[in-house]
Design a protein around this ligand. Structure first.
Ligand code: GLU
Length: 468
């Protein structure tokens, strides 16, 4: 690590133009972890320069999400909209040094040039037409009130950036377009404001998605223009779905809110995103363990890593079983109440806790509780075909003999049923599948002893009538 770096400072810099998704949660997590590992600062900066696309004014939801995930920043939030004077100052410096120039082309004109270049097999790039305008022409356009943007005159040099996963990466800037620093309405672009802020906020490490690599290349030219030391970068592999495509809204669990609604715990989400792309001996890790075990020195340099929702479910299941019973019940109760309001009127939180205890290891998400316990409140109506599929006719007599057998409680009764089936050498698989169908509606699912804990004896007897 460079000796001139005094304090480690990372930042999470979301644009409030959309809601948090797994990709940016992962970036926030990695920035928070890196800062924690080095006892540094983790800054939150809301990149809200594109006010027209803002869906989350003030980044209120972003902050709630970070708090929910346990990733509260140690500094900020800063808002780019409140920092335009600073960007203006940097811009004026560049204007004075003639490192930028005005462009008056409309979006349509630029598009025509682009199409022409493509048609001629040339890389689509700004053709620097505006550089050829004379002072008189510029003055006339300004006098006529023609809107313009500032572009940066990219030097025809090579820039080198340090990247934690890729090492030194060099870019030949002659392959890039002179990029814009402002928009026609006078607001500042992402590339420029993002650079100014990273310099001004003394960010030591920029951890962001691999899709920003080319932005980094042109931003490097800005660092050089201001003789500012470049931060160290880590361009993370992008998350892709099982088909190898960039993760998108269409993939389940892409949006953080979707995961939260489905009953994924924040601990599990952070745990999973911390694991992805690396391997660990012990995979269940809380924040402290992640801080201890994640190594940014030997980090994956793959261009993409796969998002595996099944693995996330597995981790979530582990985290659910770690929750203290009272806490778990508190989180499950409202879900259950919302799903079955009428049925649920009869049951108190204390009774509900009793129901949850025997089945908590079955929950891969909190929401599973609603389907898992539905049968407790409502007797199933098994289809005769389903019963036939499990050879009900061969066991009718058996069930008839057992149903009225004396027993004092449900667990005792079910134990007796199993014992008798064994004695009669009946295939236990079929007998228990039939019993489950009668009690819950499905041939597989909870263990027989869990069913004994959830249903009263008289209810079990009643539900078994469909077997007789
Ligand atoms: N606002 C940018 C984004 O959301 C930030 C990129 C960066 O971290 O520099 O993609």
């Amino acid at each position: 690590m460079d000796s001139e770096i005094k304090k480690i400072r990372t930042r999470f810099a979301p644009s409030p133009t959309g809601w948090m998704h797994l990709g940016n949660v992962r970036i926030a997590l990695l920035n928070a972890l890196f800062a924690k590992q080095h006892k540094g600062d983790f800054v939150l900066r809301i990149e809200d320069t594109d006010a027209s696309r803002d869906v989350d004014p003030g980044g209120v939801q972003i902050m709630k999400d970070l708090a929910w995930l346990g990733l509260t920043p140690t500094e900020g939030p800063y808002y780019q909209l409140q920092r335009t004077e600073l960007y203006q100052k940097y811009l004026e410096d560049l204007i004075k040094r003639e490192l930028v120039y005005r462009c008056f082309e409309t979006a349509e004109e630029l598009e025509i040039t682009r199409q022409r270049q493509i048609a001629r097999g040339l890389p689509p790039r700004y053709d620097q037409a505006a550089l050829k305008l004379s002072k008189t022409e510029i003055d006339a356009l300004l006098a006529a009130g023609k809107p313009f943007v500032w572009r940066f005159k990219l030097p025809q040099t090579t820039v080198v950036i340090k990247d934690l996963s890729h090492g030194d990466v060099s870019f030949d800037l002659s392959n890039f377009s002179d990029f814009t620093l402002t928009r026609q309405d006078g607001s500042f672009t992402f590339i420029f404001a993002n650079f100014v802020d990273d310099v001004d906020m003394k960010i030591s490490h920029v951890i962001r998605g691999g899709d920003h690599l080319t932005n980094t290349a042109v931003q490097a030219a800005l660092y050089n223009a201001f003789s500012a030391p470049l931060p160290i970068f880590y361009h993370t592999p992008l998350l892709c779905n099982t088909e190898g495509k960039k993760l998108s809204k269409r993939d389940f669990g892409f949006s953080l809110d979707e995961l939260r609604q489905a009953g994924f715990l924040p601990e599990a989400i952070c745990n999973y995103l911390g694991l992805i792309g690396a391997s660990f001996k012990e995979e269940i890790m809380d924040m402290n363990a992640l801080v201890q075990n994640i190594s940014f020195e030997h980090i994956s340099s793959a261009s993409q890593v796969r998002y595996d929702v099944e693995k996330l479910r597995w981790i979530n299941q582990k985290w659910i079983t770690k929750l203290p019973s009272l806490e778990l019940t508190k989180q499950l109760y409202p879900l259950m109440q919302a799903a079955h309001p009428a049925l649920f009127e009869k049951i108190t939180p204390e009774q509900f806790m009793q129901l949850v205890e025997p089945i908590k290891t079955e929950l891969t998400t909190l929401k599973d509780i609603t389907s898992l316990l539905h049968f407790v409140f409502e007797a199933p109506h098994p289809a005769p075909e389903l019963l036939q599929l499990h050879h009900v006719q061969e066991h009718t007599m058996f069930f008839k003999s057992i149903v009225s057998h004396p027993a004092t409680n449900a667990p005792e009764f079910l134990e007796l049923l199993k014992q008798k089936a064994r004695e009669e050498k009946r295939p236990l698989k079929d007998v228990l599948a039939l019993l489950r169908i009668a009690l819950t509606g499905a041939p597989t699912g909870l263990g027989i002893s869990e069913l004994g804990a959830l249903l009263e004896l008289h209810e079990i007897r009643k539900r078994m009538e469909c077997l007789i």
